[in-house]
Design a protein around this ligand. Structure first.
Ligand SMILES: [Mg+2]
Length: 417
C-alpha cells in the first residue's frame, strides 16, 4: 500500500442541498428558514433543512407539524427529485470544466482525483470550482470542499467546516487536525461500530489511529476495518471496481425502415437491449441521449435527465420524448439514415441516496418496475429468448440488435435475445 504524501483528493459536499436549491430558484424565500419534505403532508418528515432552519432547532426527520409549532414562519417545500437530479447533472458538468469527477457518491457529493500541479495548487483549484458553481449553478447552492490525501479524508475534511467550508488536511499535519472529531464523524463508523470499538478499548480517533491494522481488522471482523484504518492514516486504498461509463446501441437503417415510425420501432428495441445490459451489469443510469442522422447529412442529438433507474418502461418513456423533440426539430417527413441510443451517468444502485426519495410517488413507481424487470429478465434468461417484453417489439432486418461487436466489447449470449 502506498502512503500518500500530497493532497491527491478533492471532495465536494453540498450544504443543505435540496433546501438551498429551492432558495436558489425562489428569491422570495432566500431570507427565510426552509425545510424540504418528501411528501405534501403535515406528518411528513424533513429530509433537508437550510442552515437558518437548523439554527432555530428544526431537525432532519422532524415532522412538519412539530416544526411549524417551533417556527411559525418556516417555509415548507415538497421535494422535486427530477429537478434536483437535473441540477445535479449540471453541477457535474460544471465541476468537469475544472477537474474530472471520478466518483459520484450521492446526489450532492462527488470526488475528484488531483494530478500534477493540481495537487500543489489545490486550494486555488477549489476556489475556482466554487466560483464557477456560484456563477453557473447559483450562489445559494453552496458547496463545502475538502482537500486531503485520499477520498476518505477529503470527505471528512468537507464535513469539518460546513456550510460553505474549504478545509485542507495536509498529510504532513496529520493526525492533529482531526483528533477532536468523534469516531462517528468518520464515514463507515456507525453507532453500532462505535460500540464495538469501545468494547475493544477504542474511544477516540487518537486511540483508533494507534491500533494496528490487524487489530482494526479484528474489530470489524473483516477487511473493511483494515481498509478504514489505512484510509485514516492516508494510504491509498484501491477497491476492486472499475466504473463503466455508458451503455448504448446504434443502427444503420435499411430501405423501408427509414420513416419516423419504423425508426422509432428500431430505437425501442435498441433501448430495451441497452437497458438489459445495464441491469445485467448491475447499474442504474440518470441520463440518456438519442441521436439520429438524416439522408441529407443533417443530425439531431438530444438528452433527457431523470431519477436513477434501469427499467425498460422509464427509459422508453424518456427515449420517446427526446425522439419526438428531434422530429419536431427536423420535420415529420424526416428520412432517417441511422439511430443511436446511449445510457449514461451510470452508477451502482446503492451509491446514490435514493433513500431520500423513498417516499415519493415516482420512486415507488421505479421500484415497482424494478421488480417487474427482475421477473422479466429471469424468465427470458430461463427460456433463452424474449418471452416477455415491454411494449411492441420489431423484428429488425439483419437480425439481432444487441449482438453487434462494438469496439472494446464482446457481446454475451443474452445480448442476442
Ligand atoms: Mg450534503
Amino acid at each position: 500500500m502506498r502512503l500518500i504524501k500530497d493532497v491527491e483528493s478533492l471532495y465536494i459536499d453540498f450544504d443543505a442541498f435540496f433546501a438551498n436549491v429551492e432558495k436558489q430558484l425562489h428569491p422570495d424565500i432566500r431570507d427565510k428558514p426552509v425545510g424540504v419534505t418528501a411528501l405534501d403532508s403535515e406528518y411528513s418528515a424533513f429530509i433537508t433543512r437550510c442552515y437558518m432552519a437548523k439554527a432555530v432547532g428544526i431537525k432532519r426527520g422532524m415532522r412538519v407539524r412539530d416544526a411549524r409549532a417551533l417556527c411559525p414562519d418556516l417555509i415548507v417545500r415538497v421535494a422535486r427529485p427530477d429537478l434536483y437530479v437535473d441540477i445535479h447533472n449540471k453541477i457535474l458538468d460544471e465541476i468537469d470544466r475544472f477537474v474530472p469527477v471520478r466518483k459520484v457518491s450521492s446526489i450532492d457529493e462527488m470526488e475528484c482525483d488531483l494530478i500534477g500541479a493540481e495537487r500543489r495548487d489545490c486550494v486555488d483549484l477549489a476556489k475556482r470550482i466554487r466560483a464557477g458553481l456560484a456563477q453557473n449553478i447559483g450562489p445559494y447552492v453552496t458547496p463545502s470542499i475538502g482537500l486531503a490525501a485520499n477520498g476518505f479524508l477529503a470527505k471528512v475534511a468537507a464535513e469539518m467546516n460546513k456550510p460553505n467550508g474549504l478545509t485542507v488536511l495536509d498529510p504532513k499535519d496529520m493526525p492533529g487536525p482531526i483528533l477532536h472529531l468523534k469516531l462517528t464523524d468518520l464515514p463507515g463508523i456507525s453507532g453500532n461500530m462505535e460500540k464495538r470499538l469501545n468494547a475493544a478499548g477504542v474511544w477516540s480517533i487518537e486511540e483508533f489511529w494507534n491500533v494496528s491494522s490487524k487489530q482494526a481488522r479484528a474489530i470489524w471482523g473483516n477487511i473493511e476495518g483494515e481498509r478504514l484504518w489505512a484510509q485514516l492514516r492516508g494510504y491509498e486504498v484501491v477497491r476492486p471496481e472499475t466504473q463503466k461509463r455508458m451503455f448504448g446501441h446504434s443502427r444503420v437503417l435499411t430501405q423501408g425502415w427509414r420513416t419516423p415510425d419504423k425508426a422509432l420501432e428500431c430505437l425501442n428495441l435498441l433501448t430495451v437491449k441497452a437497458a438489459y445490459r445495464l441491469r445485467r451489469a448491475g447499474y442504474i443510469c440518470r441520463r440518456l441521449s438519442v441521436s439520429f442522422k438524416l439522408g441529407d447529412g443533417s443530425r439531431f442529438s438530444g438528452e433527457a435527465d431523470f431519477l436513477p433507474c434501469s427499467d425498460d418502461r422509464t427509459l422508453l418513456k424518456h427515449m420517446h420524448i427526446v425522439f419526438e423533440r428531434g422530429l419536431e426539430t427536423l420535420g415529420p417527413k424526416a428520412d432517417l439514415k441511422s439511430v443511436y441510443i446511449m445510457l449514461h451517468n451510470i452508477s451502482r444502485p446503492h451509491t446514490l441516496s435514493g433513500d431520500l426519495f423513498s417516499e415519493t410517488k415516482e420512486s415507488t413507481e421505479v421500484r415497482r418496475w424494478d421488480r417487474i424487470m427482475e421477473t422479466m429478465d429471469g424468465l427470458n434468461k430461463k427460456h433463452g429468448q424474449a418471452v416477455l417484453h415491454v411494449g411492441s417489439r420489431a423484428n429488425l432486418p439483419g437480425g439481432f440488435a444487441g449482438g453487434k461487436i462494438a469496439f472494446g466489447r464482446v457481446p454475451s449470449k443474452e445480448d442476442f435475445f
